[in-house]
Write a protein that binds this ligand. Structure first.
Ligand code: GLN
Length: 322
């Protein structure tokens, strides 16, 4: 009912307010200098339901760059063009327990083969598998999927792109090693340019919520009333998000929040809440997508206030898939 929604909306405002305090325990990413300029106390959330229900609170309308959240879409696009078996020749589907940009076990595992598409080594490989030769064509493969979902044109934040491009030595090192071992299908330069551009795609919490909703719905777009990408690829993507999407805190995230989610170092989190058998206040029983923006991140690269807020929502509304 309307009264219930108003009450729930008041609660979300309160939880955002409470969660903001936790921003103090983290800080904005600085290794990409442009990200350091964000306001660490911004915290926004948008929740979108399959029937068009929408709730937002805080700085939900502040644009930010997708960063690692784009890895979910580049994976979807690569699987759509090559098929999952072909993609798995080059990228495994195993969690690492290491940092997102770790180089350490690239040599010791199956030499060169990245553990999964949600860490940098795997995502750089996935991007190289996208159709087309140049960076623009590869980027177009990702933008096409996103623009199809969101029904609007997206822009690249050039400041963030250049800032990362100029400082991406570690990602270059990963890419050269991958190239040496034969895992890339395009040059290091093209691959990294496409990768840094995809990380710089600008979105809002609302955009992430809609993408999350389509994923929650196994690739079916409830507002367009049609399948925008295949169900099987969507299931695999969500499994990857659950096991690897929050990097080396994915286990605890699965334990205490329990839904597929993907974070980025800009402070974004995209989460997919599948439909639950039971009715819960406001959220009802349908599926939901959630987008969060809170740029103060922890040592793992996840939004501190954002994770706190999701934990709160997950316990109030019993999100877990388990
Ligand atoms: N662009 C960032 C990088 O490659 C993305 C990492 C992230 O969001 N965790 O380092």
């Amino acid at each position: 009912s309307a009264a219930m929604i108003d009450a729930a909306s008041g609660m979300v405002d309160t939880w955002v307010h409470e969660a903001k305090e936790y921003a103090r325990t983290g800080k904005c990413a600085t290794y990409i200098p442009a990200l350091a300029e964000a306001n660490p106390f911004h915290l926004g959330i948008c929740i979108v339901g399959e029937h068009g229900e929408k709730q937002m609170a805080g700085e939900w309308n502040v644009p930010f760059t997708m960063q690692s959240i784009s890895k979910t879409i580049s994976f979807v696009a690569a699987c759509m063009s090559r098929g999952i078996d072909d993609v798995m020749q080059r990228v495994d589907l195993e969690p690492t327990g290491d940092a997102f940009n770790s180089i350490m076990r690239l040599e010791s595992h199956k030499p060169g083969k990245p553990f999964n598409p949600m860490i940098n080594a795997g995502a750089i490989t996935t991007t190289s598998l996208l159709p087309g030769s140049g960076a623009d064509e590869k980027l177009a493969g990702i933008l096409d999927v996103l623009e199809e979902i969101l029904d609007k044109r997206l822009v690249i934040n050039e400041d963030v792109f250049l800032s990362e491009w100029r400082t991406a030595s570690l990602n270059r090192a990963l890419a050269y090693y991958l190239e040496e071992k034969g895992f890339l299908s395009s040059s290091v330069k093209e691959t990294l340019e496409a990768y840094c551009r995809q990380c710089s795609i600008e979105v809002t919490s609302e955009d992430l919520a809609i993408i999350g909703l389509v994923l929650a719905h196994d690739g079916f777009h409830p507002f367009k009333n049609r399948q925008v990408f295949p169900r099987d690829i969507c299931k695999i993507t969500k499994a990857l998000m659950l096991t690897c999407g929050m990097y080396n805190t994915s286990g605890k995230f699965a334990a205490f929040i329990g839904v597929p989610a993907k974070s980025g170092v800009s402070g974004g989190i995209m989460a997919c809440v599948p439909s639950r058998g039971k009715q819960t206040p406001f959220l009802g029983s349908g599926s939901y997508g959630i987008g969060i923006y809170g740029p103060s991140i922890d040592e793992y690269g996840n939004s501190v206030a954002g994770v706190h807020l999701l934990k709160r929502l997950a316990s109030e509304y019993d999100f877990t898939v388990f």
